[in-house]
Write a protein that binds this ligand. Structure first.
Ligand SMILES: [Zn+2]
Length: 172
């Protein structure tokens, strides 16, 4: 009898989710469904998604976990994985247009993966600094800006610190 119980335990998905040994599940240990208290992102089927209807439907579920998603944690701790620095006179002549491009690209990226976000976009002196929660989004923003407005683009990756630095400049 005891043997049967153990067997069931091994094949039971919820039992497996409690171990941290599955390398294919980066969120191992996080039970489903989970909802981020801060941004309402929903964790289901082993991925985070922006799904307002799904989150509303799950919020009545007594088993739902109330958590802070990885993106909101990084924003709270100001832990940027991507830093984009824009400069040059052309930037300030087209500031609104450029800010819109960046926000649109963020929205597109978030539709695919809600953990990719702009955590800060501020002017500092003659530079516009954009910090992102994920490295890939920083590179993506730089490439989108470059293809829309040309200029000079450089992308540098630092593997040790898991940081992507993007510089873009256009004088006129
Ligand atoms: Zn969140």
């Amino acid at each position: 009898m005891q043997k049967d119980v153990r067997k069931f335990g091994i094949s039971d998905k919820r039992g497996r989710a409690k171990t941290n040994e599955d390398p294919y599940v980066p969120e191992a240990g996080l039970k489903e469904p989970a909802i981020c208290d801060n941004c309402n992102a929903l964790y289901r089927n082993r991925r985070w998604q922006m799904d307002a209807e799904g989150a509303a439907a799950e919020s009545g579920n007594p088993d739902v976990q109330r958590v802070t998603c990885p993106a909101c944690q990084k924003i709270a701790e100001r832990y940027a994985e991507g830093v984009v620095t824009l400069r040059g006179g052309y930037l300030w002549d087209h500031e609104e247009e450029i800010r819109n491009i960046l926000r649109n690209e963020e929205n597109r990226a978030m539709a695919k993966n809600p953990l990719q976000r702009i955590m800060r976009m501020e002017r500092e002196g003659d530079e516009l600094i954009i910090e992102t929660t994920e490295e890939k989004l920083a590179e993506h923003l730089g490439r989108a800006l470059h293809s829309a407005h040309q200029g000079e683009l450089s992308v540098t990756w630092s593997k040790e610190h898991s940081l992507c630095r993007v510089n873009w400049e256009r004088l006129q």
